[in-house]
Design a protein around this ligand. Structure first.
Ligand SMILES: *Cc1c(COP(=O)(O)O)cnc(C)c1O
Length: 364
């Protein structure tokens, strides 16, 4: 038995299955899927499982992860999801097949870089339809820039347009938003005199429309990460009950118990601030059996988002390198040297998979 903790275990068969369940439903509606690997820091075995599950290509916000996968022999193609900065253009052209774009100046510099490397590069021009992250707010400007790319930038191939929803502004993807994107695509197609290859309707949150059968025809691409990796947000946060074709336990975090004590649940003494400068509000649950785990916020971000696999075990709190769980009502007797396992939320996975001292183990 492997005794190195914290351990992040990946079930490749569950990842493959999640990918193929999603790809199957999308392709039935003419939608291809970019498998987004940034949630697990581009772990190459996971990326390969996305491709094996039928994803058409792989996407990440970070070039570093795309390089990592390419060097591990995962073939791609690769889409860069965060619009590149001017400083990133040499690597964008070198390592990525397609990128999202939202600035005319960047597209011009991209053309120059492509010329320098004697390569072509595909782009999706992003529209902002209300979520207020990347993308053109001014629709006329988006159409103009698409025409400019089409006419004046011979090394830049305008593959399509896209939108992101539900990430920063928490705007829900709806058929109306998708129809806005389709209307914009029609304007671009009219202006450039040809059909666009890709009309990209968003991320995991847009998959809801595929699931419910309300995705307007014409949206032919989605970029999906969380729903393949964890399948949690739509099932638990959105409360979609008939999505149990997705496993929520493809990733398992296991941590070691380094102390077990009976202590009060309410801090004793004059309260000021915690390790992160916050003033938490504590509830007095009386005396507790508390286990201390050798892992903390530095490993998982928000410890309260962890999903304990043990029934009746709850996460009480954490500092950067310690996590306290209440095991008072736990069905097993937890002792020093035992381990405790969790399913993960997206933020947990983002932190865990990026740490050099978290052991990653892939199983079938
Ligand atoms: C991260 C990201 C995605 C995938 O988001 P999920 O919610 O994990 O599916 C899609 N598109 C862009 C532009 C992203 O940055």
């Amino acid at each position: 038995m492997d005794r190195q903790f914290p351990r992040l275990e990946i079930s490749l068969s569950k990842l493959r299955s999640n990918a193929s369940e999603i790809v199957k439903r999308c392709s039935a509606r003419g939608i291809s899927v970019t498998g987004v690997i940034k949630g697990c820091t581009g772990i190459p075995q996971a990326a390969r499982a996305f491709l094996d599950g039928g994803c058409a290509d792989l996407g990440s916000s970070r070039i570093e992860q795309i390089v990592r996968c390419r060097q591990a022999g995962v073939p791609g193609p690769y889409t860069l999801l965060r619009v590149p900065g001017l400083s990133e253009l040499p690597d964008t052209v070198r390592w990525c097949d397609l990128s999202l774009q939202s600035e005319r100046a960047t597209l011009d510099a991209l053309e120059a870089e492509c010329r320098r490397q004697d390569k072509t590069h595909r782009v999706i021009v992003m529209a902002d339809l209300g979520d207020l992250r990347e993308g053109f707010w001014d629709k006329d400007e988006l159409v103009d820039v698409c025409v400019h790319a089409e006419r004046d930038l011979p090394h830049v191939t305008l593959a399509g347009i896209g939108v992101n929803l539900g990430c920063v502004g928490s705007v829900q993807p709806t058929p109306e938003k998708m129809n806005d994107l389709l209307a914009l695509a029609a304007r671009v197609e009219e202006a450039i005199g040809r059909k666009l290859e890709i009309i990209s309707g968003g991320a995991t949150s847009s998959f809801t429309l595929v699931h419910w059968g309300t995705m307007p025809a014409g949206i032919n691409h989605l970029r999906i990460g969380e729903n393949i990796l964890l399948g949690k947000d739509l099932q638990l946060e959105w409360g979609i009950e008939d999505m149990n074709y997705l496993a929520m336990d493809a990733f398992t975090l296991t941590a070691e118990v380094i102390e077990v004590k009976t202590k009060p649940s309410y801090p004793q003494g004059k309260l000021c601030i915690d390790a992160f400068g916050h003033k938490p509000v504590y509830t007095d649950y009386g005396i507790q059996r508390r286990a201390l785990l050798a892992l903390g916020k530095a490993d998982v971000g928000d410890e309260k988002a962890l999903l304990p696999r043990d029934k009746d075990l709850t996460v009480w709190g954490a500092s950067s390198d310690h996590c306290i769980v209440d095991v008072t009502h736990c069905s097993r007797d937890i002792r020093v040297g035992d381990t405790v396992s969790f399913s993960l939320a997206y933020s947990n996975l983002v932190y865990l998979s990026a740490r050099p001292d978290v052991r990653v183990v892939c199983v079938e």
